[in-house]
Design a protein around this ligand. Structure first.
Ligand SMILES: Cc1cc2nc3c(=O)[nH]c(=O)nc-3n(C[C@H](O)[C@H](O)[C@H](O)COP(=O)(O)OP(=O)(O)OC[C@H]3O[C@@H](n4cnc5c(N)ncnc54)[C@H](O)[C@@H]3O)c2cc1C
Ligand SMILES: NC(=O)c1ccc[n+]([C@@H]2O[C@H](COP(=O)([O-])OP(=O)(O)OC[C@H]3O[C@@H](n4cnc5c(N)ncnc54)[C@H](O)[C@@H]3O)[C@@H](O)[C@H]2O)c1
Length: 466
């Protein structure tokens, strides 16, 4: 049996830098990875999806330029689009390999599990270490629909291997992945159908977000099928036929199943090793990322943290600080995230409803994009900006920005929130005209009740009787 100072299971977004930092500091580190180095973000998630969306949104924007008086004919070279995506993914993947090798991390290409004695074993390697960090992420959740198993359906895992643009695409699930990749393929030319269980897309967000996105998807020619389930899948002659709960049938050359994620914890032998899981299989951790077994920590998606790359990465920074003796916790962060549809959804902190549910005396103000000069001038007038504040402390609690490139703009509010700023600070800052950014102080100005009154001692030296 080998010994090491640290064992990392899974090369997720937090595990990689943690392993590299320890190794660079002269500690012996073993990292187990059962699949491609870099985890879901680099190989099957953020990196390829955003490279793919660059092409898709370029096509969408070119078509939409007709409303500016510019007429273009969009020709999509799908193999080139996907080659570029895979090229970027492969470069990032190789970068991770070099980072780990350069730092001196011993990488074991095998699925790892914990032993009851607290060692980690995978392939032909068993390692005993005082510190084990689990960063095993999640995989696609696949529903048990009759006829689905064994068909060549798509998930985020094989989507980026597509060689041909499907003529018709059927998507089960209208969350992050369904909307981003569904809108993407629609913009590249697939006739796209979203099959939605409930009555709105991106149902975890505020209803106005769902309404705005539904309008945008409609403008892209996407068919939205609300309040239906898929009862049966058939695959014959390279065509999928779905029977829906309302009796309708839909046909498509491709079927994408994107209904959420499940934690990669089955192979870990966690419970027997004293690492407790919750009812959905996520690893139970305390506020310092510690599992129920001493010396074993868990970070990222598998530990039930918000499923974003920047969260997993921030988990690494916080865990490293904790291991170095600092007083840090995992739950005091300002959480921001974005959905890369067009328009984008940039989110930070709490919604009005979330704040009120916590008993906060909260208030929200909303500014439609159609009232923002830059948005009108540039033809991006679908969406809105919303700010949530605490009436008692005046602090900014959260924001929802639906519009052009709001994943960037939302950082203004994220930074203000991190600094504990009040809305008055935002209100009195003078932003550049005409920008999307200048709408943020305008949004804060909506919190000033009524017209700004003239002060009674205006021009005190000016005689009113003259
Ligand atoms: C299509 C898609 C797009 C996304 N886009 C974004 C985005 O734009 N922005 C964003 O912030 N987030 C995005 N995400 C989410 C993001 O990818 C994850 O939240 C992020 O990768 C963090 O994951 P992680 O660090 O917990 O683990 P992961 O990155 O999932 O890595 C876990 C690794 O552990 C390995 N592993 C699992 N079990 C074992 C085992 N027993 N032994 C050895 N190895 C094991 C896996 O093979 C994997 O490589 C996206 C996700 C998807 C699917
Ligand atoms: N931009 C980003 O940061 C980004 C992009 C992609 C993914 N992600 C991460 O990955 C996670 C997973 O994304 P996702 O799109 O798979 O999940 P999701 O939770 O965002 O959406 C899944 C959708 O499928 C629906 N659904 C569930 N069961 C269903 C069923 N049987 N039939 C039909 N619909 C069903 C749900 O109601 C939900 O609307 C996200 O929560 C997010 O954290 C992030």
């Amino acid at each position: 049996m080998e010994t090491a100072d640290l064992v990392v299971i899974g090369s997720g977004q937090g595990g990689i830098p943690l392993a590299a930092d320890f190794a660079k500091a002269g500690r012996t580190v073993v990292l187990f990875e059962r699949d491609a180095l870099g985890g879901s973000c680099i190989n099957y998630g953020c990196t390829p999806s955003k490279a793919f969306l660059a092409a898709a949104h370029a096509a969408g924007r070119a078509r939409q330029s007709a409303k500016l008086g510019i007429h273009t004919q969009v020709q999509v070279d799908f193999p080139v689009v996907m080659e570029r995506v895979r090229g970027i993914r492969d470069r990032f993947n190789q970068g991770i390999q070099q980072k780990l090798e350069g730092a001196g991390v011993h990488v074991v290409c095998a699925e790892a599990s914990l032993t009851e004695e607290g060692a980690v074993t995978g392939g032909a390697v068993t390692v005993q270490a005082p510190l084990v960090v689990i960063n095993t992420g999640t995989s696609s959740l696949i529903p048990e629909i009759p006829g689905l198993a064994g068909t060549p359906y798509l998930t985020n895992r094989n989507f980026f291997d597509l060689k041909e643009l499907p003529k018709r695409l059927l998507v089960i699930g209208a969350g992050y992945i369904g909307l981003e990749l569904g809108q993407g393929l629609a913009r590249l030319g697939s006739e796209t159908h979203l099959i939605i269980r409930g009555d709105r897309v991106l149902a975890q967000e505020e209803p106005e977000v769902s309404d705005t996105l539904a309008e945008a998807l409609h403008q892209d020619g996407i068919f939205l099928h609300f309040k239906v389930d898929v009862e049966q899948v058939r695959y014959a002659n390279e065509v999928f036929t779905l029977t829906l709960s309302n009796g309708e049938t839909l046909e498509g050359e491709a079927l994408m199943v994107v209904i959420g994620r499940k934690p990669n914890t089955t192979a870990l032998n966690a419970t027997a090793a004293g690492v407790e899981l919750d009812g959905k299989g996520f690893i139970k951790i305390n506020d310092q990322f510690q599992t129920t077994r001493e010396g074993v920590y868990a970070i990222g998606d598998a530990a039930g943290q918000p499923a974003f790359t920047h969260v997993s990465w921030e988990d690494y920074r916080r865990l490293k600080a904790i291991l170095c003796g600092e007083q840090r916790t995992r739950s005091d962060r300002v959480l921001g995230y974005a959905v890369y549809t067009e328009p984008q959804v940039g989110r930070v902190g709490m919604t009005l409803e979330q704040a009120q549910m916590q008993g906060i005396n909260a208030r929200a103000v909303t500014l439609p994009m159609a009232h923002i000069a830059r948005a009108i001038e540039w033809g991006h007038d679908l969406g809105f900006y919303r700010l949530v504040i605490d009436r008692d402390t005046d602090q900014i609690l959260g924001a929802t920005l639906v519009g052009y490139e709001t994943a960037e703009l939302v950082h203004v509010l994220l930074a203000l929130m991190e600094a504990g700023a009040t809305w008055q600070l935002l209100e009195r800052s003078v932003h550049i005209h005409p920008t999307y950014g200048e709408a943020l102080p305008s949004l804060a100005r909506l919190l000033i009740e009524g017209e700004m009154p003239l002060c009674p001692n205006l021009y005190p030296n000016l005689s009113m009787e003259a």
